[in-house]
Every structure is written in structure tokens, then in C-alpha cells.
Design a protein around this ligand. Structure first.
Ligand code: AMP
Length: 283
């Protein structure tokens, strides 16, 4: 397995693989890998001849007051994990390699980015769509793997691939959780002991919402009100959003009469955590 810093090195390896007729899987990440990322890598290694894991803290998807500088980084550890899980290349570019002087082309999306994280982080998905497009152009993967943990991101990428006729199959992978239910996230490392306990309010509140839906409640206002009330019982928690949206369009619904995503972003202290579940009648 190779760790490479330049776009040319990735392109060269991809050319050689293509000459041999091999298939390629891509796993875009921001690094500080955990079992959530590793589940994506395992799936890619299983389904493709070669796997490229990108480890890149993408500056253009962070807002001005967000955690770009403090985002955890450990490329040595990440590389060892990728090697252990059978990846072929770790692509770890510097920001200047991805965004050369004068960079001025962006990929943006409307509708699907209007709610949820797109509302709280107005330039986030422009940054995500742009970097993922660049990674797809560099790696030219047959398949690319994304986690349902970032459900809006997964929907946005699938939609972008469809809208722009990109030659890649986007594969969504289930959320990997800690034993107590907290969704694994690189940002969990920011949490103090008290905050780590408080963070359980996310998965517990999702369980409450799911229970209400499974018991037959279809009024979105009633469900989200109960969920918000539950989060407010945790004094270290501050709600960014708790919403139920159409799973395709990411637009809010009033009644659960189609497949939906129930998603939340909650600050625990200064750390913004997200989690979600999807619900389809009869599934
Ligand atoms: P990140 O490094 O946070 O940008 O995440 C890179 C990829 O890993 C994204 O597709 C995420 O959705 C996915 N991912 C992150 N956390 C998890 C998790 N707990 N379970 C499954 N996938 C995850």
C-alpha cells in the first residue's frame, strides 16, 4: 500500500490498474479513521480489485467559525489502519495540491441542500460537491462509498452523480455505533467525560422518535416536538435542528406518508454532532 501526496501519482496508478482491467473503489474521508470509515473501506475492498482511500480535511467545506484548524489529524495511524484493511492507496494531499492558486470552479446544488445541515452550514455542500467531483475525476472509481451517518451528504452525492451523469455507482453504508448507541465520529474525540455521557441524548432521542412512528404517529410536528423536549432535558445539549424530511428531496414534510429521514444536529458543549434514521412504511 502506498501513501501518496500528489494527484499525478494517483492518476498514474489508476492508469496502470485500468490497463490491467481492474475495478476501482473510492472511499473519501477527512481522516482520523474509526470503525465507521473502516466499514466503508472493508466494503470497497470486498467489491473492487483496488481501493483508494482519500484522507483530506477539505478546507472549503468548513465555515469561517468552524473547526477546520482543530479537526483531528493522524496520518500515520490512518495509513496503518488502511494498510491493515487492504486499501491500495491512501491519497493525502495538501490543500495547495487540491486547490491551486486561482482555483475558482465550484459544484453547487439547490433543493436538497436547503434544509438540515445545508441550512446551518450554507457553504458546506458546495465544498463537499466540489471536492467529491475532483476526487471522482482523479480516481475515476467504479464505485464510491459513503456513510448513512451523513445522510444528507449521501443524498446530495447520489443526486449530483445523477444530475451530472458521472460514471460512478454511489454505495451507501449503514451507521456504525459505539456499544451504547453513540454514532462513531471523528468529532467524538472533542467530548469531555461529561459530554460523552450527554451525547447519548442523540441516539436515545432518535429511538424515541422511531418508537412514536412505529406506534402509528404520522404527525411530524408531534414527533419532532416530543424529540426536542427530550433533548432539552439534557443540560449540556443545544439543538441545532430536529427535522423529518422526504428522503429523496430533503424537503420538510408535515405527515409521514412517504419514505422519510429523521435527522438531527445537536451541540454537546461546543461540539456539533449529527445522527439520523430513515423510515419507510412496511420496511
Ligand atoms: P468524514 O471523515 O467524517 O468526512 O467521513 C467520511 C465518510 O465516512 C463519510 O461518507 C461518512 O458518512 C462516513 N462515516 C463517518 N462516520 C460514520 C459512521 N459512524 N458509520 C458509517 N459511516 C460513517
Amino acid at each position: 500500500m502506498k501513501v501518496v501526496k500528489t494527484i499525478d501519482e494517483v492518476k498514474q496508478a489508476v492508469r496502470e490498474w485500468r490497463e490491467e482491467g481492474l475495478t476501482i473503489g473510492a472511499v473519501p474521508t477527512m481522516g482520523y479513521l474509526h470503525e465507521g470509515h473502516l466499514s466503508l473501506i472493508d466494503r470497497s475492498v470486498k467489491e473492487n480489485d483496488r481501493t483508494v482511500v482519500s484522507v483530506f480535511v477539505n478546507p472549503i467545506q468548513f465555515g469561517p467559525s468552524e473547526d477546520l484548524e482543530s479537526y483531528p489529524r493522524d496520518i500515520e495511524r490512518d495509513s496503518a489502519l488502511c494498510r491493515g484493511h487492504g486499501a491500495d492507496i491512501v491519497f493525502n494531499p495538501e490543500p495547495g495540491e487540491m486547490y491551486k492558486d486561482g482555483f475558482s470552479t465550484f459544484v453547487d446544488m439547490s433543493v436538497l441542500t436547503e434544509e438540515l445541515c445545508g441550512l446551518s452550514r450554507p457553504t458546506h455542500f458546495r465544498g463537499v460537491c466540489t471536492v467529491v467531483t475532483k476526487l471522482f475525476n482523479i480516481i475515476t472509481p467504479d464505485r464510491a462509498y459513503f456513510g448513512e451517518k451523513d445522510a444528507q451528504q449521501l443524498a446530495v452525492i447520489k443526486h449530483m452523480v445523477r444530475d451530472l451523469n458521472m460514471n460512478v455507482t454511489v454505495v451507501g453504508c449503514p451507521i456504525v455505533r459505539e456499544a451504547d448507541g453513540l454514532a462513531k465520529s471523528s468529532r467524538n474525540t472533542y467530548l469531555s467525560g461529561d459530554e460523552r455521557s450527554a451525547a447519548l441524548i442523540l441516539s436515545r432521542t432518535l429511538a424515541l422518535g422511531r418508537k412514536m412512528i412505529e406506534a402509528g404517529e404520522r404527525d411530524v410536528r408531534k414527533i419532532t416536538d416530543a424529540m426536542k423536549k427530550n433533548i432539552e432535558t439534557e443540560k449540556l445539549a443545544r439543538i441545532d435542528y430536529v427535522k423529518i424530511v422526504d428522503i429523496e428531496t430533503m424537503q420538510q414534510v408535515e405527515t409521514i406518508d412517504r419514505p422519510v429521514l429523521c435527522a438531527m444536529a445537536v451541540y454537546i458543549g461546543k461540539t456539533r454532532l449529527i445522527d439520523n434514521f430513515s423510515f419507510t412504511e412496511g420496511e
